[in-house]
Design a protein around this ligand. Structure first.
Ligand code: NAP
Length: 283
């Protein structure tokens, strides 16, 4: 019997998760379909009840539903608890379990691209929105030595730093505004192992470089969470700074979801990577 999976978001039409997950199921020989379910916030609870009724085995959640699911869960993974959001749900006989796989996906992508593990390393998160919160929480909970947060709205960065402090007393924490004349910020960037660009600047083709050019030369390595080419990626390449886009993060968070749904310990990484790459080319 075909198993059903889905991605709930609003909007959600842009997502390439169906191509990636369907390729994963196919490679595992599991008859399954993963579909996009555009779900406005006011229909969220009703949609979840429908998924339970129709025996969907699992689903992903994206904006704006990653927090709305929390009160509906029977069990929440510690990483998701720390992240304060859930992007993956597994359903078994009416029981819902939730995980957050973005932090894992980001860490895995950094390790794969730059051969830098998370533990005892220094990171700068350039942005303090939902993606920064979910991933920085994972980094704080898994042994990062230092986390600096740079954000246009400083109060949001400070709030995130407060959350990280509650997660762990260990990482050194710092907060900055994106001020290109601040020498301390330039030093913090230079001392970091990886700068993680997690603002939405770059989503539109005409967007400027997310990190001010005078600070760019201080960055040793950059991971831009945006999975298409951006001005930041082009500028970094021009300067010879190692840079990765967000595809690896998207891939590895998705691979982890598939493992959680299917209990598969060796998920079909290559097949999912191929499908993702093709889907992004065609999109
Ligand atoms: P969000 O919650 O809306 O946060 C947006 C962030 O961008 C905030 O830090 C915001 O700063 C900043 N920002 C937006 N416009 C700006 C501008 N003009 N100047 C300066 N800062 C600006 O969004 P999100 O969910 O965190 O997503 C952020 C990015 O991560 C998106 O590009 C998304 O595509 C990407 N992402 C990628 C993956 C992946 O798998 N690769 C997964 C999740 C997210 P303020 O606080 O000052 O408003």
């Amino acid at each position: 019997m075909t198993q059903h999976y889905a991605l709930l978001g609003w909007p959600v039409a842009h997502s390439v998760s169906p191509q990636m997950q369907n390729a994963g199921f196919q490679a595992l020989g599991i008859s399954a379909d993963y579909q996009l379910l555009p779900t406005p916030p006011e229909q969220f609870n009703e949609q979840i009840q429908r998924l339970i009724r129709d025996d969907f085995r699992g689903w992903n959640l994206t904006i704006p539903h990653k927090q709305a699911i929390l009160p509906l869960l029977d069990e929440i993974d510690p990483d998701a608890e720390r992240a304060g959001s859930v992007n993956t749900v597994r359903h078994e006989s009416g029981r819902l379990r939730g995980w957050s796989t973005d932090g894992y996906g980001l860490a895995k992508s950094i390790e794969e691209t730059f051969h830098i593990p998370l533990a005892d390393r220094r990171f700068v998160f350039w942005g303090a929105g939902g993606a920064a919160r979910a991933t920085a929480a994972y980094f704080a909970g898994h042994g990062a030595a230092a986390i600096a947060i740079v954000n246009r709205t400083r109060s949001r960065a400070e709030k995130l730093a407060g959350t990280l402090r509650q997660i762990s007393p260990d990482p050194e924490l710092a907060v900055f505004s994106p001020d290109s004349t601040n020498p301390e910020l330039a030093r913090t960037l230079a001392d970091a192992h990886v700068i993680i660009q997690c603002t939405s600047i770059g989503l539109q083709p005409e967007d400027p470089c997310a990190i001010p050019l005078p600070l760019l030369d201080s960055c040793p390595r950059i991971l831009d969470m945006i999975y298409r080419e951006t001005a930041l990626q082009r500028e970094a390449q021009r300067r010879g700074i190692p840079v990765a886009d967000g595809r690896g993060m998207l891939l590895h968070q998705g691979v982890r979801c598939l493992s959680l749904w299917t209990d598969c310990s060796t998920p079909p990484l290559a097949a999912m990577r191929r499908a993702l790459s093709l889907a992004l080319q065609l999109h």
